[in-house]
Design a protein. Sequence first.
Length: 66
Amino acid sequence: MFAETGELIFAKLSPKGYEEISRAKILEPTTPTFGRKVVWSHPAFANKCVFARNDKEIVCVSLAQP
């Protein structure tokens, strides 16, 4: 999942609930909205990578396991 705070979140979702595995900040929020800065662009997933952007940059983060 990708949060408006610029964090990429790995979690298990099930009928029993949400279990967060890890999270990493991959972008700084840059769009001022409701008194705080957010990232409102949707990420794209391709070739075991996530591509995300804010108003200043685009990043590619590998999701492949080493």
